[in-house]
Design a binder for this molecule. Structure first.
Ligand code: G2I
Length: 462
């Protein structure tokens, strides 16, 4: 068995990420932990997902866009995940847009970022029917030429990142839904043997890299996953280099296949690793608390199906934030498919992944917490409050920060001084209520305006 390459465990934290319980009338509770001024007993902040995954020897990855790897996006990508997949940067159309003229800038940037953050890279993808350069897709090739093009491409790309990319999606999406082979440039030109050729070329270019075949709608037991199963079983029997299968897992709310664990297990029983490679769970917009709660349950079900099988290496989400997801472009009216919202606030799905990886389900004791709730709401306005409570800790002053997710504006506040800049709100104590004793609480209130939706933000105490 080839062992998955797991990044060096690292302790980095974005601070406290609490559980968001949706619904305007419900409180979003955020643990206020080690960062608290004046807290007598400092508690370790919630560990990031990657620390939990490292402790289990599992992958928690995300697809990333190179140009976004700065600011909050870069901080979360670096702090929370132990593997990265370039969402588009390593595709043939990205790296060789014109024949013989290469652009590795974004791919290099992502690999450099991963190394700087102690992360492994999943290379995606070498041989696919989509996102190929026009010169390749529209060319006329003999089988010999096509074979040469494919082998040279693999040798070049895998060779370039030899020792730096731990696993490759060598062949992507070879099947139709009924389990027949997809008619592609590769299949039509070379027959089914293109798959064995591609894997063989990849092994030659980097013998240490894990080699995968990756597809979608193969998460449960069905005609397509059975075709994939039969293919990899036969490849293994023939001695073709293949280490694992990637189950993309582009799922729909409430539709995690019930046979997912069983399906993962049957691949594992062939002596192959299984990776969840492109996990997202889309819903009809707008999101609401019921949908987000269902989504959290779905994420947890996927994580649990994987974690129940030792050869399932872990899961990669296809973009960690709703601001970097392919869903709205491809499925108009749908979205909210990832664990963080568009403002980088963790959603219940984040908490579900955290818990599946062994994180605590309740805030630790000995801390101060802030709970946001909407106490009344009318057509254009609302009244909200934040209650700061301490137990096993105390405060002599406080600040409560949050980011409004849907354009809300604070119009008036009491028992605190609140300022809003863009979507960011910061409230600090009034002269008379900075002290929150152990076992005590302070509440401040505000009026605000809203339209469209009024989602509950996460509050951070500082
Ligand atoms: O389609 C979802 C995924 C299915 N499995 C294979 C993955 O490689 C695939 O990823 C998506 C990317 O997330 C999208 O970002 O692949 C799409 C292409 O099939 C990507 O979309 C493309 C757009 O079509 C282009 O217009 C755009 O220039 O992304 C490009 C870069 O933003």
């Amino acid at each position: 068995m080839r062992l998955p390459h797991i990044g060096t465990p690292r302790r980095r934290s974005l601070g406290s990420l609490g559980s968001l319980r949706g619904g305007w009338a419900l409180a979003a509770l955020v643990a206020c932990l080690a960062a608290l001024v004046g807290a007598p007993s400092a508690h370790a902040a919630d560990p990031p997902l990657r620390d939990l995954a490292d402790a289990k020897g599992k992958v928690i990855g995300t697809a990333v866009t190179g140009s976004k790897l700065t600011g909050t996006y870069g901080e979360i990508a670096g702090a929370q995940f132990n593997w990265l997949t370039p969402g588009n940067a390593m595709k043939w159309g990205s790296v060789e847009p014109t024949r013989g003229s290469f652009d590795w800038a974004e791919a290099d940037q992502i690999v450099d970022f991963a190394e700087a953050h102690g992360q492994e890279v999943r290379g995606h993808t070498l041989v696919w029917h989509s996102q190929n350069p026009n010169w390749l897709a529209n060319g006329t090739w003999t089988p010999a030429q096509l074979s040469q093009l494919m082998n040279d491409h693999i040798a070049l790309e895998v060779g370039r990142y030899k020792g730096r990319v731990a696993a490759w999606d060598v062949v992507n999406e070879p099947f139709n839904e009924d389990g027949s082979y997809r008619q592609t440039l590769w299949y039509n030109g070379l027959g089914v043997d293109y798959i064995a050729q591609a894997l063989t070329a990849a092994r030659a270019a980097d013998p240490a890299a894990e080699l995968y075949i990756n597809d979608y709608n193969v998460e449960g037991v069905n005609a397509k996953s059975t075709a994939l199963y039969n293919l990899v079983r036969d490849l293994k029997a023939r001695g073709v280099p293949i280490d694992g299968v990637g189950l993309q897992a582009h799922l729909i709310l409430g539709q995690v296949p019930s046979t997912m664990q069983q399906n993962i297990q049957r691949f594992a029983d062939l002596g192959l690793d299984v990776a969840i490679t492109e996990l997202d769970i889309r819903m009809q917009l707008p999101a609401d608390s019921a949908k987000l709660t269902q989504q959290a349950a779905d994420y947890k079900a996927v994580m649990n199906a994987c974690l129940a099988v030792s050869r399932c290496t872990g899961a990669t989400v296809w973009g960690f934030t709703d601001s970097d997801s392919w869903i709205p472009d491809t499925f108009p009216g749908q979205g909210a498919a990832t664990p963080y919202d568009e403002n980088y606030q963790p959603k219940p799905a984040y908490r579900a992944i955290h818990e599946a990886l062994g994180g605590t389900t309740t805030p630790p004791t000995g801390a101060c917490t802030a709970a946001y709730s909407v106490t009344s709401q009318w057509d254009t306005g609302f009244t909200g409050q934040v209650r700061i409570a301490c137990s096993g800790a105390a405060l002599s002053s406080w600040k409560a920060d949050w980011t409004f997710g849907a354009g809300q504006r604070i119009t008036q506040a009491w028992n605190a001084t609140c300022t809003q800049s863009g979507a960011t709100v910061r409230c600090s104590n009034a002269s008379y209520n900075g002290t929150v004793p152990d076992g005590g609480s302070v509440t401040f209130g505000f009026n605000g305006s809203w339209s469209g939706s009024n989602p509950v933000p996460m509050v951070t105490l500082g």
